[in-house]
Design a protein around this ligand. Sequence first.
Ligand code: NAD
Length: 335
Amino acid sequence: MKKIIILGGGGFIGGHLAKKLKDSGFFVRIADIKKHEYLTQDEICHEFIQCDLADPVAVENVIFEDCFELYQLAADMGGAGYIFTGLNDANVMSNSALINLNVAREAVKKKVQKVFYSSSACIYPEHNQLDPSNPNCEESSAYPANPDSEYGWEKLFSERLYLAYNRNFNLNVRVARFHNIFGPYGTWNGGKEKAPAAMLRKAAETIEGNTFEVWGDGQQTRSFLYIDDCLEAIERFMKSDFIGPINIGSEKMVTINELAEMAIDISKKDISIHNIDGQEFIDKYGFKCPLGVRGRRSDNSLFRSTIGWEVNQPLIDGMRKTYAWINEQVKHAAR
Ligand code: NAD
């Protein structure tokens, strides 16, 4: 049995990935600071180690010698409410940078055969994402760097860290930049949820005839990739010889209001949207509306030409599946 380590396997993407690899016959060890909230240990791994990966001793214990593939997904992250308020910047940067410094060094020591690192679309420069109808997220546009959040700066640093370990110590790395991955079994409430989960939760919670809030004017654009497509892209990337960085995302761009309307349509309720911004937002929440860049979508030209794969699931299909799960969570929480 080939052995796999998934750091951050107690989280959304890591949990799905662990389940897929375990089901495919790999031995899977997960390390995370917390257990998966929705999937049992049995469903996703053979071993679970609960630890803080910012601690080098923990990382030393977690990474074993004969590791076939290691997936580094652990990061201090969340949606706009967590990343863009500025309130969590020091923790976001130090927690994630420490994890990556520990992991890169230990992976070389233990001769891990291949390391996957999950970077983010948040590394792209703000000045290329001011036009909501035509943002540029081509991989080569990352420099000169100007991410709009400290989360993005840390990801950029860690991309460079893994690539430097590749050049200097022959660490076999694959660096991917995820663009808004969504699906069931992810954070759907509490402030760390991303836009699709937030819209679907609001649609599930809102009573017929009422309104729900959408942050900003709703004209900011994004693209969203369903988790099954993300897992497929990871597998193909890992099997390729290309080390990256490479985008993993969808090219289909929607405005946030369109995403909210999609969630409302799926819920089949008569709900209207209230866009909250400016002083109204500050009066209500005590800080400036955290929106991120004006427009963003994945550019898949490099993935297409180097790996040869296209996204399968239309956004609406992924949103329907995710709504079914979130609606159950909302009902369960209300009981
Ligand atoms: P997630 O928050 O669900 O998973 C991250 C996991 O890391 C969590 O389970 C968390 O407990 C764990 N973690 C954080 N700090 C830790 C520590 N000090 N020690 C041990 N574990 C720790 O996030 P996700 O959506 O599954 O994202 C996985 C990776 O992909 C992250 O690195 C994230 O930055 C990156 N990414 C995700 C998206 C997305 O849309 N989901 C987009 C871009 C990049």
